[in-house]
Design a protein around this ligand. Sequence first.
Ligand code: F6R
Length: 367
Amino acid sequence: EKGGYDHFMLKEIYEQPNVIKDTYRGRLLANEGIIKMAGIEDNLEKFLNADRILIVACGTSWHAGLVAEYIIEEFTRIPVEVEYASEFRYRNPIINKNDIVIAISQSGETADTLAAIKLAKENGAFVFGVCNVVGSSISRETHAGAYTHAGPEIGVASTKAFTTQITVLTMIALRLAKAKGTLSNSDFHRHLQELEIIPEKVQEALEMTNEVAKTIAAKFKDSQNCLYLGRGYNFPVALEGALKLKEISYIHAEGYPAAEMKHGPIALIDEQMPVVVIAPKQGHYDKVVSNIQEIKSRSGKIIAIVTKGDTQVRDLADYVIEIPDTSDALSPLLTTIPLQLLSYHIAVMRDCNVDQPRNLAKSVTVE
Ligand code: F6R
């Protein structure tokens, strides 16, 4: 049932090219310039009239929400806020009739997310679900939704659910951008084409990064701490990379927006501290390079995720992991891959129970 893989997590990491394709199949017609998702089409007016989108979720799904915040705001100019469902529900949040709440959940059973949905509905908001498990409580409790088609995710650490959530949310952003006219025609088409070929690039990323992730894992498996840094679209990926490492290898890790480093975490950096820096060519590359220089001058060990062919970071970093080139907005779908593999290999080398880490449950149905 693990399809020849040692663990479900690894199988699910390798399923990503296919499940991303499953998720956009029939919805993304790149050549025709069409995105169609029933849950959006049926409620298009509501989305177009929304003053604001509130995203509620927990854990990895919350990280997908943060990526979506950047994408939706950039493409549609609709203001987006992302909240932990557990915070949202207990703080008398401001919810207006013209707000749309998007709840993201792999399992569709997370207690805090479900409670946040109920609260939003009581306050008159339209609630849209992005779930993986068909017929789950959250998919039934929401007014409308779009499923991710990731298939069953057995490993407790979420992998393919994350990348398919980003895929769905990117399609939503593109559909709304088309209706609102907030992207130029050429940008809209460029994003569609790029999304269509992303499964092949994810495949390429798996092939390019697995061995080097294993080599790096062997070097750092006994670390006590690890820092993950990224900017823009890749700031949430830094959070997700750190969460994956914590969950399955029990190494303390923190994710930060790279520029925040100098406001505190830089004090932690010495020759014992591995720092994973997400530095693709698109995005705030020069800024990230100067962050890398700051780490280097304090003797931190730099593991950099870079675009294929990068030479500048290669000269500075202790280790580089190359990934294929893509647009800034879609880069999280590729930068995530080596971070998943790095955590996986470190956990295996530490003899951890990768698929069922201690103290964790696949769906958190109690608050
Ligand atoms: C991370 C992880 C958890 C879940 C969180 C939300 O790998 O598994 O952080 O992401 O419990 O779960 P769902 O998405 O099912 O609501």
